[in-house]
Design a protein around this ligand. Sequence first.
Ligand SMILES: [Cu+2]
Length: 136
Amino acid sequence: MRKALGGIGVALLMGLVGTVSASAQAPKAAGHLVVVKMVEVAGQQFRFEPASITVQPGDTVRWLQESVAPHNVQFESKPKGARLGGADMGGYLTSKGEAYQLVIDGRFPLGTYGYLCTPHGPMGMKGTMTVAASAP
Ligand SMILES: [Cu+2]
């Protein structure tokens, strides 16, 4: 009898440990990876490609440097309640293959965000990111 109870106790303990490690390994929202390239479309003309993206909470947006001039991501318009903090203006990506990533977390309420590259925005290097609720 005592032996049987001891066995149950071990089984419960193992079940508990298993549950804890499983939830630690699998984040609740896996999310998608959305890539926006920073490209040169003509001599000294730079663009975000695609210029418009729609993402969902939990997604990761990766801006990928694919040109020769330094670029960054600076938000210029955002929905009410957005608290981007340091993500308001990203650092410069100076060499090909460099990337800047943002996870669409609680800082980004649903809505439309306008952003640009600080030096090239006035010349058309602008993008729009819409954060929309998850598909049903
Ligand atoms: Cu730029």
